[in-house]
Design a protein around this ligand. Sequence first.
Ligand SMILES: [Mn+2]
Length: 346
Amino acid sequence: MGAAYIVDSEKAKLFYGMASEAGEGKTVIVGHHNPDGDCIGCLTGMEAWLESAFGKKGVMIVPDNFPDYLKFMYSTDSILVFSRQKDRSRIGEAIARADLIICMDFSALSRTEGMGELISKSGAKKVLIDHHPSPETFAGLVFSETEVSSASELTWWILNALGPDSAIPFKAKESLYTGMMTDTNNFCNTVYPSTFLMASQIADAGVDREKIQMEIMNSFSEDRMRLMGEMLLNRMRMYPDLKAAVMVLDKKAKEQFNYRDGDSEGFVNLPLKIKEVEISALFTETDGFIKVSLRSKGAVSVNRLCRRYFNGGGHERASGGRLYMPVEEVEGFFEKCLREFLHSGE
Ligand SMILES: [Mn+2]
């Protein structure tokens, strides 16, 4: 079992105590803006575990909507969405009266959009479970580790530290496996020996990996598939001297292909399949700002690039941020910034 990720057992016990003491409906589990597979995976995995360990339901909350292809996971229809008007007051109440708030898969409260203040103000105990660098200090108990594949993997090892994995319900295993699988881009990026061990243990429990694979990888809509074609054929610009590729997804293209939340998930990884491309950027026009996604397959830290120019950050090879400028100006701005950044030798 040398590959297992070792969780501090004192911290794990503290977490167990907090979770067992929290009242019915008074554990709130919070995910991040633009919820992805890892976010929904660890939220629903944690909820399934809480229910089976203590017989108490928690409240799962995300800032905005998540894609349909994640809805096969446990209890996703009970997840409250802050950007939905009808969920707002329930979310406000749940956070205000919570005994315990578990923040998962983000390191900064700004990633919860408008909920950061509600969370800060709440008198609940706060736990952070995350795999991004430099976590903020809003939580009293922090499980933060960048040397794991995903927040779902970290959750797996925390739950394992609390008892035998037979005590982790099947539904939680399915969710945590999905979170790990999506965050590693199907075992391509940030995979550690501990990640394979987790996968092996979960496979051993009989989780249907083929089914999960189908749900995640082979459930595109026709519109999403054609949008991907459009992006690659007509909207990918190459910068050979910078070893970079840039794609811009503007509102016009979104309309043309009936864009839905999550439709561009994974697009930013595609240019990295080109041998010469080491940095890939995807800019997505939304209401009020341009969403920035950056990926690297070489030595360039897109985390630092993002922090310096794009109002964001993340991991060394996968980061995100925001720009506030007309969509037509984004490509030129990116080129200028990247040139300066590479020149500065960072
Ligand atoms: Mn993650």
